[in-house]
Design a binder for this molecule. Structure first.
Ligand code: NAD
Length: 496
């Protein structure tokens, strides 16, 4: 923060360990989706600021950070984990002000951040290469894992600090430096996070933040020649543009994109558990999660019973102030999101879907509050069954056989996640293996952890976050050949 008046606190960009205004001095208002009011001012970065941030990241990489051992980097990361644990309540409140998600959700996420830095700190001094027995006599052959370099990290608005952490923690462990660009809707939490990084004593420039509403801001970062890798979380449409732009410079790219995840309910399922899991999957976070289980595929024998239970549960969901401990669904995060959800709903009705519950702005709360919505009579080719909603909308489709269920689940361009509800252990594994999804949850839903790889099949992305292999996404493998003999008798015109 660089200034605070009676009105709004104005934040600076975080570049090279300092908070400073954007070069042009411009700022913009960050809105609170619940109140509809501006609650802080964020800096509007220009191209020069992106240059500065990338320059600061390069300076740290070529300087003090690059000179550190893995054990030294791990020590910085563990200090950051301690700071984040101390600041969890503050960061959660900032997140909720920024994106309207329930405090009980953002607090859970903020408290978990430290676990990710501790987990990946444990990897920082274990990035071993291999000593490879040479096929040719007289050579010592080995590999090194080197940091990929300066990383541009671009995030969506729905879980800014968790999405950032899934990138930053392994990048730091690998020895990279980072320029982060949060969503224009949620700039403040990432700027507050940068203060935690400062407090933890990282060398200046290891972590930098640029914010702004200009649509070009992300493009400048992705196409910057000083950026070696882009790691992106957002919609599939934007991810495709990011991937194409990155290829112009052969910048490495990882993409965490959208989803249309299926929850499969078999007739032998524990229907109470399944109903709870389905509600958690699509109405938690007001459906604004990439893994929202927005397609319910339910066996015809239990279809009506499951729908009845879900309607009863949806009717009881308490919409309200996201800061209040008893609220169960907050508002949608912004007006554009509300418009998108409403438009999809109009077209779903026109295509023949039946509204079993919801499908409207909340009558009592208005604003950006949208009722938890359940649609039946949904056909697999309807737009609502194919497109990501990113809101509290469940489409229900019936199936007759296990093969039908798997075929319906896989009949999607996306492949982020899926849920399987059955009491049969054989069916559980059989179906889990056949589903085209990066994460499959059996008799549970929406579980993530530092050591569990996460990412998408098909149009849901490229690459994996979390799990120890995530660190390797931020390294380049270098192969070193060393001739051991003084004189190598070899034909100079033939491949070694
Ligand atoms: P979005 O694609 O509109 O924006 C994501 C980020 O990209 C923002 O920071 C935005 O400013 C930036 N951006 C926009 N255009 C860009 C460009 N041309 N070049 C570079 N950056 C650009 O997505 P959103 O609306 O912020 O987020 C919702 C989407 O994110 C949903 O599709 C959701 O499924 C997805 N998401 C995926 C995951 C995952 O892990 N797979 C997690 C959370 C959200």
């Amino acid at each position: 923060m660089i200034s605070s008046s009676d009105e709004l606190t104005t934040y600076g960009l975080a570049i090279g360990g300092e908070q400073r205004p954007a070069t042009g001095g411009a700022t913009y208002e960050a809105l609170n989706p619940f109140t509809g009011q501006a609650w802080a001012r964020a800096p509007e970065a220009g191209r020069e600021d992106v240059d500065r941030a990338v320059g600061a990241a390069r300076g740290a990489l070529d300087g003090p950070w690059g000179a550190m051992t893995g054990a030294d980097r791990a020590a910085c990361m563990r200090r950051l984990a301690i700071v984040l644990a101390e600041e969890a309540e503050h960061l959660a409140a900032v997140e909720t002000r920024g994106n309207g998600k329930l405090l009980r959700e953002t607090l859970g996420q903020a408290k978990a951040l430290a676990d990710y830095y501790n987990y990946f700190a444990g990897m920082a001094d274990k990035l071993e290469g291999a000593s490879i027995p040479s096929h040719k006599p007289g050579y010592f052959l080995y590999t090194r894992r080197e940091p990929v370099g300066v990383v541009g990290a671009i995030m969506a608005w729905n879980s800014p600090l968790m999405l950032l952490t899934w990138k930053l923690a392994p990048a730091l462990a690998a020895g990279c430096t980072v320029v982060a660009k949060p969503s224009p809707y949620t700039p403040i939490s990432t700027l507050e996070f940068a203060r935690c990084v400062e407090r933890a004593g990282f060398p200046p420039g290891v972590f930098n933040v640029v914010t702004g509403v200009a649509p070009e801001l992300g493009q400048w970062l992705v196409s910057h020649p000083g950026v070696d890798k882009v790691t992106f979380t957002g919609s599939t449409q934007t991810g495709i543009a990011v991937g194409k732009a990155a290829m112009d410079n052969m910048t490495r790219v990882a993409l965490e994109l959208g989803g249309k995840s299926a929850q499969l309910v078999f007739p032998d399922a524990d229907l109470d558990a399944a109903a709870t899991g389905i509600v958690a999957g699509v109405f938690a976070a007001t459906g604004q999660t990439c893994v929202a289980g927005s397609r319910l595929l339910v066996h015809r024998d239990v279809h009506d019973e499951v729908v009845d239970r879900l309607v009863t549960m949806a009717t009881a969901i308490k919409l309200g102030d996201p800061m209040a401990p008893d609220s169960e669904m907050g508002p949608l995060a912004n007006a554009a999101q509300l418009e998108k959800v409403s438009g999809l709903m109009d077209r779903a009705r026109a295509e023949g879907a039946t509204v079993a519950h919801g499908a409207c702005v909340s009558a009592s709360l208005g604003g950006l509050f949208y009722e938890p919505t359940i649609l039946t009579d949904v056909g697999p080719d309807m737009e609502i069954a194919r497109e990501e909603v990113f809101g509290p909308v469940l489409s229900v489709l019936a199936f007759d056989t296990e093969d039908d269920a798997v075929a319906l689940a896989n009949r999607s361009e996306f492949g982020l996640a899926a849920g399987v509800w059955t009491e049969s252990v054989r069916r559980a594994h059989r179906v889990a293996h056949r589903l085209q999804a990066g994460s499959v949850w059996v008799n549970t839903y929406r579980m993530v952890a530092p050591n569990a790889p996460f990412g998408g099949f098909k149009m849901s992305g490229i690459g994996r976050e979390n799990g120890h292999e995530a660190v390797y996404e931020f390294t380049e493998t270098k192969t070193v050949w060393v001739a051991l003999d003084d004189a190598q008798a070899r034909d100079p015109f033939a491949l070694g």
